[in-house]
Design a protein around this ligand. Structure first.
Ligand SMILES: [Zn+2]
Length: 163
């Protein structure tokens, strides 16, 4: 296992629609082990493949008791509304308030290629939505009004320079 380098805004791969995962088994398990290690090392609750530079529809998460690998994820349905802070490892965890559905149902394949569906609400539903967005080449800041989006990017760049 190894901690991978996290790609950051505005690297191109973060804006690309991911390619479907077609190979399951040993190689994918090894990749997901690296993704979990990278996510824990960065103290995140979710990490998608584009965030380690791979143009793939794949994410891992460990959030509010839901620990899973999701290949070829899609959001089947959503319900309600929640307003809360969200951040992203690829944007330096700079937080912004974002309204998301309160509940979400995820459909995806596990590391062996078996399809599953899972419901979550609150913060875990937010993680489903955030990570599935990554697989579609979308960042959480893309949901923000332009002014607030620019503010997050500005703060991220400023903090980076101070590293
Ligand atoms: Zn993210």
């Amino acid at each position: 296992m190894a901690v991978r380098k996290i790609t950051e805004y505005p690297e191109e791969v973060l804006g690309k629609v991911g390619q479907p995962v077609t190979e399951f088994g040993e190689g994918l398990r090894a990749l997901c082990a690296d993704m979990f290690e990278t996510m824990y090392d960065a103290e995140g609750v979710g990490l998608a493949a584009p965030q380690i530079g791979l143009n793939l529809r794949l994410f891992v998460m460990d959030c509010e008791g839901i620990k899973l690998t999701a290949a070829n994820p899609e959001i089947v349905s959503t319900e309600g509304e929640q307003s809360g802070q969200e951040g992203c490892l690829s944007v330096g965890k700079v937080p912004a308030v974002l309204v998301r559905p309160q509940k979400a149902r995820l459909r995806a394949q596990d590391e062996n290629g078996t399809w599953f569906e899972l419901d979550a609400e609150g913060y875990a539903a937010r993680a489903f939505l955030h990570e599935t967005d990554h697989c579609d080449g979308k960042l959480f800041i893309d949901h923000l009004p332009k002014l607030r989006r620019d503010m997050v990017i500005k703060r991220f760049k400023k903090e980076k320079r101070w590293d």
